[in-house]
Structure formats: C-alpha cells, structure tokens
Write a protein that binds this ligand. Structure first.
Ligand code: ZN
Length: 453
C-alpha cells in the first residue's frame, strides 16, 4: 500500500464515514472477506437476512403488511430463497402508487436518505434508504473497482452528464483524487475540452457511461492522440448497455480493458470480474431472481428479467422488485476468479439509442432521464425521433402537473435540443411497450443514420 492509498483508506475514508453516517470502511472489510465465501455460506447468509427482512417488512411497512395479508402469506412461510416465489412481484408502479405505505414506520429520520432513481426506463421514482444499506452498496461498488486493480487514493477521472452540485461531493472528490468532469452536451467542443483535461490529469482509471465514452474515444482517434505510455490501468463503465463492438473500439483507443458494471434501485451491484467472462452480483447485498417472459422467448440470447430483493434497506424495502432489466446467465460453474457468486454473461435491456440533430448534436438516454428524474409531476417519458428535425417527448403526468410546468419543460427542451429541431412535448395516457414487452425510453427512427452528419 502506497502512502496516498494508506491516507485515503485509514484517514480520509473513516472521517468521511463519520460525516455522512455511512460506515463504508466497515462494509468494505466485510465484503473483502465475503467475496470468497463458498456457495453454501452465501446461501446461508442470504436466507438469514431474508427471514429478518420479511419479519421487519410485514411488521413495519404497511405496503407489505397489506400485500402479505391480501395473498394470505405469513412471514414464517418465507424460510429460504425458494419461498420467495410465494410473494407476488412488485413493480415500480405499485411502489409509486403506494409511496406513503412504502416507508417503514419504525425508522428514524436521521438514519435514512432520500433517493431518486430513473433507471433506464425513464420513470422517475423516489424512495428512502438506510445509511447502512447505502454504505454497503457503495462498498460493493468500490470492491468492484478493486477487481480492476484500483486502490483507494488512486487518481481517477469521472465523466458525467450531470453537474457536481453538492459541496460535500466536491470535497470528497478532492480527497479521493477524483477529477470530476461534466458535460450536459455531447458536442465536439465540450468533449475536446474533456479530452484535454483527461490527458493532462493522466489518471489511472476513468469512469463514464458507454455512449459519451464512445464519443470521446472517436474524438481521440480523430485528433490522433495516443494513449500508449499513459498511466491508465482500466476503465469502468456503467449506466447503459455496453455493446461488444463499442467496447472493442473504446479499448483500442485507450489501450486498456473495460470493466463494465450495472446497478439498479433495490438491487446488487453487478460487476465484471478480472476474467472478463462474467459479471458477478454482490450477493451479500441482494437476492437476484431471473425469470422468463415473452421477451425471453423472442431473443436468441435467452435473456431473463431481473427480479431483486434488497436484503439491507429497511427504510423502503424492495422485495421481489421488478427491475425491468434483462440479463443473460453465464455458465453454472465456479468462475475462474475463484468467487462462488452467480455468473452473468451479459447485461441487456438498458436503452442506449442515440438521437442526432441536423447540426450533429447527440442526445442520449442519460440526457433525458437525468433531467426528468427530479420532475415529480411527470411519471414516465418516452422520446421519439421520427424525422431528423422532429423530436417528440411523450409524458405520462400526474395530478400535480399544470400548464406552467408544461411551458417550463417545453422551453427547456426547445433551447436544449436546438432551433433546428421541432420539439413537441405531449401528454399521453400511457407509454406502450414494444411487442416483446420491453419499455424503451429513447427511440430513433433507424432511417436516421448517425454517420450521415
Ligand atoms: Zn469471476
């Protein structure tokens, strides 16, 4: 352990844990050991945690008390993971409809955090988390970073489509040796600046969504910049599907491997291990079930829908929660990395369509979901580009939506997308699923080719 890493791990992390009330260091120590548990040990731990969660949820969370009573389920009926099937699946709509009943009655305000998530499906959704569960999830994300060779204190760059607004986060970035670069626009000017800053900073790791990272790598190629001899060790991607051809292109430019990861509300962190043949979920955090549906049958990969049970969040519990995301199972054998977690070969179903305007501006799913995440008057969105100069944002709105909000949103998106596009914001009754039952947030008419601009 070098000096910087020692300071980050033994001084900065514990101080941060005290300030935020989130015991990440303690959880990291736990996860460092548990990652090499046998399959029996993992199952045993999950079953114990599941029984505790079910007792708590039935006793203290009105939504689950009603759900269990209505379906004639007693908490004692749930003994192992196999019994989970007795409980009906809960959707995001169910939890949004029962927002007040989803918060545990016995939780102290000082122990919880307010969270907002939109995932890739464009449905803003707010809920609570205990600080303890947040710490475990963050520790699982850091452990996944360890798998790519990262040590606390190592220099890294995070490229985001959101501004860093919180002062605490800025202070944490400073001490974590993180250069946070944000751009709300995917334009050549902004990304050339990002490219220059990354080259000057010379980080060991880069973290970014796949689409902006791909855009950045194309610019680097165009500028004939060379990453040979740089300090870069690996790249971490998350947030939308990383397709194999895009992965290869990015790796060719940066000359390092990508470690992709996935997470969702109520679920484990799924991270690629050093073999690159599997993603492993942090099974200490959540139980993942993989079910078949109509989409499964229509796709040759045989993807399964991920249903998750969060074992640690006692504030707004997620029990058999439908993530609406699809994964492809890996081989049913111990991974060569020596871990006995589930093997996942592919994460599918995260929307990554790109829109392009006549002036060549790219718009990605993150542009829309990051904005609508906090617009509580809008329940769901879908963005459709039918012509190069025509974009429609369809919104399912709730009773708090009014003309003023409509105007504000219209003005924002017209300015943001640009005057060369006719932008319309429509209120619709529902967002239709695709024939295979999937929900897509951003849809571009395939006849509009990206390379034409
Ligand atoms: Zn592995």
């Amino acid at each position: 352990m070098n000096f910087r890493s020692f300071i980050a791990s033994n001084i900065m992390l514990p101080i941060g844990d005290i300030i935020t009330g989130q015991p990440i260091k303690k959880q990291l120590t736990f996860l460092g050991k548990s990652q090499f548990w046998t399959r029996d040990e993992i199952d045993k731990y999950q079953n114990i945690m599941l029984r505790k969660l079910i007792q708590h949820a039935y006793k203290n969370v009105p939504y689950y008390t009603e759900l269990f009573d209505k379906n004639n389920i007693k908490p004692d009926d749930i003994v192992t993971k196999d019994d989970l099937q007795k409980i009906p699946i809960t959707t995001k709509e169910d939890l949004k409809r029962n927002k007040d009943k989803h918060l545990a009655l016995n939780i102290r305000k000082k122990d919880i955090l307010y969270r907002s998530s939109s995932g890739s499906t464009g449905e803003p959704f707010q809920f609570y988390k205990t600080k303890n569960s947040e710490a475990l999830l963050k520790a699982a994300a850091i452990r996944a970073w360890y798998w790519m060779g990262y040590k606390l204190g190592d220099r890294y760059v995070k490229v985001s489509m959101n501004e860093r607004s919180s002062l605490l986060k800025k202070i944490q970035d400073y001490f974590n040796n993180c250069l946070y670069l944000s751009s709300t626009q995917l334009t050549s000017e902004e990304f050339t600046e990002i490219e220059n800053k990354i080259l000057n900073y010379n980080p060991s790791f880069i973290r970014c969504y796949p689409v902006p990272l791909h855009y950045l790598s194309q610019l680097i190629k165009k500028h004939h910049r060379n990453y040979n001899g740089k300090n870069l060790i690996a790249i971490n991607t998350t947030g939308s599907t990383l397709h194999n051809d895009i992965r290869q292109e990015i790796q060719d430019v940066f000359k390092v491997n990508i470690y992709d990861a996935y997470s969702c509300e109520g679920g484990a962190v799924f991270a690629e291990c050093p073999t690159h043949s599997n993603y492993h979920p942090s099974e200490e955090y959540a139980i993942s079930e993989f079910i078949s549906d109509s989409f499964t049958l229509s796709d040759k990969d045989n993807p399964r829908r991920l249903i998750t049970t969060d074992l640690h969040n006692y504030a707004s519990p997620f029990i058999r929660y439908d993530t609406q995301d699809y994964i492809v199972l890996g081989e049913n054998m111990t991974c060569k990395c020596g871990r006995h977690f589930q093997n996942i070969s592919k994460i599918k179903g995260r929307d990554s369509d790109i829109l392009i305007t006549p002036s060549g501006k790219y718009l990605v799913v993150e542009n829309f979901v990051a904005y609508f995440e906090w617009i509580t008057e809008v329940d769901q969105i879908q963005v459709i580009q039918s012509e190069i100069n025509e974009i429609q944002i369809n919104m399912v709105v709730n009773e708090n939506f009014n003309e003023e909000t409509h105007l504000k949103l219209s003005e924002y998106w017209k300015t943001y997308i640009g005057s060369d596009v006719d932008v319309k914001l429509n209120i619709v009754d529902q967002i239709k699923l695709t024939p295979s039952g999937k929900r897509r947030t951003v849809i571009r008419n395939p006849e509009i080719r990206l390379n034409d601009r």
